[in-house]
Write a protein that binds this ligand. Structure first.
Ligand code: SF4
Length: 413
């Protein structure tokens, strides 16, 4: 069992909880951003459609900025306004619409889950966070809580990156915020705090506060509606957290939520002392040779060859220029030869390495991979026959390329 958290890290005073809820909701009513999924969730009378709309927005917002998501969300809801419509879509259509949004498995899982709701749950979304998480593939604890509270009014808390930051600052939590002990405490806190009569608004308000006021690097504490409840802010102003005027941290180094004794409060950082995370692993470096094969199409316009990636793994099912992962530290000449061999096996005719024209390198950062594409081009005379056993392929014009399910990295290429 985890060590009990000292009272100063908790919200144990009901009057304070009530005041915090009131201040936060009043601020949210005044300052919230107009976002299409909020408008729909607030006005849509059909509960399943509300749940679907919030679900789509939450999946798109994972790891992606609000400003980027809005356009994708609007196009998605126009094309598939209901779960039933999405269940009938093909994966190719989903990937085409998702192209450029990143983390492509999200779209695929959303569609698989929609099919499951239609075929196994009679088209009805589960109504509680517990059932949403249990029954829908790709729906984790956060997404389930968000759908249940925003769409169905269940009084259940949510914890995402914004909420972690706000709660860690409100209660001076300086232990590793990704550790299971801290994560459990944050979920407990979110469940204690959530407003019983407006749970969806409260959760969105807490996240909105993290996104627009309590920001990672330069929080706007002077404008914060809950600053009087914030221990990090008090500590910055007065040197000590409120209500515990006689100690800096909880005690003698055994508090599971305080900063470790080896990394005490740094007054130059102020409230940004919190939250703290264990250092992330650096992204893995990868090199991939990519060849843009070009031919004249029937109207004389250039066409480019795309091949489809495998149906699982990174960028599953997306289309790309023929590519070959390379070992690190190969000489340029060797890279070119390996790419030529690869193309040759695939086209069934000789490809001279020296015929490959080096174009340049493109770097793309995936969340855990630092990918370098070494780009070549190869103009072709006449047609080529490709081995269909290796992967599906098709020739596209430039416009067709941009409308295809291709990743941002390939667009850079
Ligand atoms: Fe965040 Fe500052 Fe508000 Fe505290 S006072 S919650 S640190 S913005």
């Amino acid at each position: 069992a985890p060590a009990p958290a000292p009272a100063r890290h908790l919200f144990s005073d009901p009057a304070e909880v009530e005041a915090l809820r009131g201040n936060l909701l009043a601020w949210y009513d005044r300052c919230k951003r107009d976002l299409p999924w909020r408008a729909l969730a607030a006005t849509e009378p059909d509960a399943d459609r509300r749940g679907y709309a919030v679900w789509v927005s939450e999946i798109m917002l994972q790891q992606t900025q609000v400003a980027t998501v809005i356009d994708y969300y609007n196009r998605w809801m126009q094309k598939w306004p209901t779960l039933q419509a999405l269940a009938q879509a093909s994966l190719e259509e989903v990937n085409e619409l998702w192209a450029g949004l990143g983390y492509y498995s999200r779209g695929k899982r959303l569609q698989e889950a929609a099919r499951k709701v239609v075929s196994e749950l009679a088209g009805q979304m589960p109504r509680t966070a517990e059932d949403l998480q249990k029954l829908l593939p790709g729906v984790g604890r956060y997404t389930a809580g968000a759908i249940a509270s925003i769409s169905y009014g269940q009084a259940t808390g949510v914890v995402d990156g914004n909420v972690i930051r706000v709660l860690c600052r409100l209660r001076c939590i300086g232990a590793d915020s990704s550790s299971p002990a801290v994560t459990d405490r944050l979920w407990d806190m979110a469940n204690v705090l959530v407003d019983r009569s407006r749970p969806g608004d409260f959760n969105q308000a807490l996240m909105e506060l993290g996104a627009t006021v309590c920001m990672p690097k330069a929080p706007l504490c002077g404008e914060c509606p809950v600053k009087q409840h914030c221990q990090a802010w008090c500590r910055k102003l007065f040197g000590n957290p409120r209500k515990v005027p006689d100690v800096e941290d909880c005690g003698v180094g055994d508090c599971p939520l305080c900063p470790p004794a080896t990394e005490p409060w740094d007054s130059s950082l102020g409230v940004t002392n919190f939250p703290r995370k264990a250092a992330k692993k650096p992204p893995r470096a990868m090199r991939t040779a990519t060849c843009v094969l070009e031919r004249r199409g029937c109207h004389g316009a250039p066409e480019y060859l795309l091949v489809q990636r495998p149906s699982s793994g990174l960028l599953a099912g997306l289309w790309e220029f023929p590519s070959l992962p390379l070992a690190q530290d190969l000489q340029e000449e060797r890279e070119r030869e390996e790419l030529a061999d690869h193309l040759q096996a695939w086209m069934g005719r000789p490809v001279a390495a020296k015929g490959l024209q080096f174009i340049g390198e493109v770097i793309h950062i995936f969340s855990h991979i630092h990918q370098t594409y070494v780009v070549y081009s190869l103009p072709l005379d006449g047609d080529v026959t490709l081995d269909p056993a290796l992967s599906p392929s098709r020739w596209v014009t430039k416009d067709e390329f941009h409308a295809s399910a291709v990743s941002t990295a390939m667009k850079k290429v």
